[in-house]
Design a protein around this ligand. Structure first.
Ligand code: NDP
Length: 226
C-alpha cells in the first residue's frame, strides 16, 4: 500500500491558544489571515523536476494537483452555506454519523468526502483522487487533537493573534509555544522553522514577521516535527 500523505495543520489562535467561541471564530473577521488561509490551502505543491518532465511529455497537458482540507463536522457546519464546500479544494468531513443531515445534501458531490476518522479520510482521498496535492487539517479542536496523535501529522502553520477574546475551544497543548524563537527546539519534539523556510514551503514571500490589520497584530510561523 502507498504511504498516506503527510498532514499540515493550519490554525489561528489567541496567545492562550483559544480557537473558537459558540461555534465560530472568537475574533472579528481578520481578512488578511482568511485570505492567507485560502491561498495556502489552494496552492498546489511544487512538482519534483522529474515529474514535471513526465507531465510535459504527456499530450493531455499539465493538470495541476488539487489539495484537500480535512475538518470536523462542527467546523464544516460553521462555514456559511454559500462558502461550503470550500472551493477549489477537496473537502473531507470527519463525523461519527456520515449520514448526518448537514452532509446528506453533499452525497453526490465527489469533492466532499464524509469519513469516520482522519485515516479513513486519507485512504478515501488516495483511492478517489489521483491528482491529490497537499492535505491540510483545518480544525476544530477535536480534529486537531485527533490529527496530532497520527504519525502522518508533520507540520503546523500557526497564525498567532496578539489579543485575547472570549473562547470556549482551544488548540491542544504541547506543540505551539509562545515566545520560542526560530530554530530553537521545544521539549516535545516540535521545532519552529525560520521565516525563510515558512515562505519557501507556502511558496509566498512576505507572510512571515509581525503584521497588523486594524488593531490586531498577528504573526504566522511554521512548526515541524524535529
Ligand atoms: P470539530 O470541528 O473538531 O468537530 C467535532 C466533530 O467532529 C464531532 O462532533 C464529530 O462529528 C467529529 N469527530 C471528532 N472526533 C472524531 C473521531 N475521532 N472520529 C469520528 N468523528 C469525530 O469541533 P470543535 O467543537 O472541536 O471545534 C469547532 C470550533 O473551532 C468552532 O468554534 C470553530 O469556529 C473553531 N475553529 C477555529 C479554527 C481556527 O483556526 N481558529 C479552525 C477551525 C475551527 P459528529 O458529531 O458529526 O459525529
Amino acid at each position: 500500500a502507498r504511504p498516506l500523505p503527510p498532514l499540515t495543520l493550519i490554525v489561528a489562535t489567541t496567545p492562550s491558544l483559544g480557537i473558537g467561541h459558540q461555534g465560530s471564530l472568537p475574533w472579528p473577521t481578520l481578512k488578511a489571515d482568511l485570505h492567507f488561509f485560502a491561498r495556502v490551502t489552494k496552492r498546489p505543491p511544487p512538482r519534483p523536476p522529474s515529474e514535471t518532465l513526465t507531465y510535459r511529455s504527456d499530450s493531455s497537458g499539465i493538470s495541476p494537483l488539487r489539495n484537500a482540507v480535512v475538518m470536523g463536522r462542527k467546523t464544516f457546519d460553521s462555514i456559511p452555506a454559500n462558502f461550503r464546500p470550500l472551493k477549489d479544494r477537496i473537502n473531507v468531513v470527519i463525523t461519527r454519523s456520515p449520514e448526518s443531515t448537514s452532509l446528506a445534501s453533499y452525497q453526490e458531490n465527489k469533492d466532499v468526502i464524509a469519513a469516520t476518522s482522519i485515516l479513513d479520510g486519507l485512504q478515501r482521498l488516495q483511492e478517489q483522487h489521483q491528482d491529490l496535492g497537499r492535505v491540510f487539517v483545518i480544525g476544530g479542536a477535536e480534529i486537531y487533537k485527533h490529527a496530532i496523535g497520527l504519525q502522518e501529522c508533520k507540520r503546523v502553520l500557526w497564525t498567532r493573534l496578539s489579543g485575547e477574546w472570549d473562547c470556549d475551544t482551544w488548540f491542544p497543548d504541547g506543540i505551539l509555544v509562545d515566545g520560542i524563537e526560530e530554530g530553537s527546539g521545544t521539549a516535545n519534539g516540535w521545532e519552529r522553522r525560520t521565516r525563510a523556510e515558512l515562505e519557501d514551503w507556502v511558496q509566498e514571500d512576505g507572510v512571515g514577521g509581525l503584521r497588523k490589520e486594524g488593531d490586531v497584530e498577528f504573526e504566522v510561523s511554521m512548526w515541524e516535527r524535529g
